[in-house]
Design a protein around this ligand. Structure first.
Ligand SMILES: CCCCCCCCCCCCCCCC(=O)SCCNC(=O)CCNC(=O)[C@H](O)C(C)(C)COP(=O)(O)OP(=O)(O)OC[C@H]1O[C@@H](n2cnc3c(N)ncnc32)[C@H](O)[C@@H]1OP(=O)(O)O
Length: 256
């Protein structure tokens, strides 16, 4: 069923400058879209998170890394475009709920939930996600809830898979919790694409402390491309990626 969406999606992609995956330039930029970019420093960020963010912004200066913008909502139009492209237009929520829906990791007040920014290395084909887990993400006292870590792992792996292949859903996710991660501390997620088999993308990552001495969590995921026409055009540029995401699914993949 999902594969049959490819034909419907193709003209939409062509309309946005990507005929058959040949051209990867975007027709509009993130800045042209009236969405707040949450992947930028806020007063609630700790000193560690800011320092790391600044280091990665420096790496962006020569173009080898790119910061990935991140918004929290889809417009009703984009929501509908997305469901049209991938789910035959069948809308999973009531129409009046669409404009209230928010991307889960961006749904907390500043500093209380997930604070994160992702960077993409074009050359190394990997994502680094810098994050800080806020006070509302507590599991056992003083430490982050495992589900919160899984959320960020899935989001980061999903972003990587989408940059590598197109719109994806998570089919399978395997997590090893190695050490408890203190609440409000800063973690670094490093991803890699292990292999691609047809529509299946195998991605993995770990979460480390800033000093790289502690590995908190490891994750491996199997992501399923939603459309075979996207699978044929590997290596999206981040700019095209965000055009795509903002048109079909603001911020990124599925809710993404
Ligand atoms: C404003 C907005 C802000 C935006 C901000 C953007 C942020 C951007 C970040 C994005 C990051 C989001 C991260 C969240 C991502 C989710 O949360 S997704 C939600 C959780 N996942 C789901 O709900 C998926 C539910 N499952 C399904 O819909 C379907 O089972 C799937 C996964 C699409 C696969 O269905 P299908 O396409 O019919 O696949 P099917 O033909 O059955 O199988 C294809 C192959 O996959 C394998 N496979 C299928 N299912 C599985 C499985 N569960 N386990 C292992 N293998 C499987 C099959 O064995 C088969 O393998 P082969 O036989 O080809 O070797």
């Amino acid at each position: 069923m999902l594969r049959s969406c490819a034909a419907r999606l193709r003209p939409l992609l062509v309309a946005h400058g990507r005929p058959g995956g040949a051209r990867l330039t975007s027709t509009f930029s993130f800045e042209e879209v009236t969405q707040k970019d949450h992947a930028l420093p806020k007063p609630s960020w700790s000193k560690d998170l800011r320092l790391l963010f600044d280091q990665f912004m420096k790496k962006c200066e020569d173009g080898s890394w790119e910061r990935l913008p991140s918004c929290s909502r889809h417009s009703v139009q984009r929501f509908q475009n997305f469901t049209k492209a991938f789910f035959s237009g069948s809308i999973p929520v009531k129409e009046e709920q669409i404009s209230q829906a928010k991307f889960f990791p961006r749904s907390f007040e500043d500093g209380l939930g997930f604070e994160y920014a992702m960077f993409w290395s074009k050359d190394e084909k990997r994502i680094v996600c810098l994050f800080q887990g806020g006070l509302y993400l507590q599991g056992i006292p003083g430490f982050l809830h495992g589900g919160a870590l899984v959320t960020l792992i899935d989001t980061t792996l999903g972003t990587h898979a989408m940059l590598a292949g197109g719109a994806v859903m998570t089919a399978n996710l395997s997590i090893n919790f190695k050490r408890p991660m203190p609440l409000c501390s800063v973690g670094v997620i490093n991803t890699q694409l292990d292999k691609i088999e047809g529509r299946k993308l195998f991605v993995s990552c770990n979460i480390q402390s800033v000093d790289e001495k502690t590995v908190y969590t490891e994750g491996t995921g199997k992501k399923l491309l939603l459309s075979s026409c996207l699978a044929s055009s590997l290596s999206l540029s981040p700019s095209f990626f965000f055009s795509f995401v903002l048109v079909y699914n603001p911020h990124m993949p599925i809710n993404f």
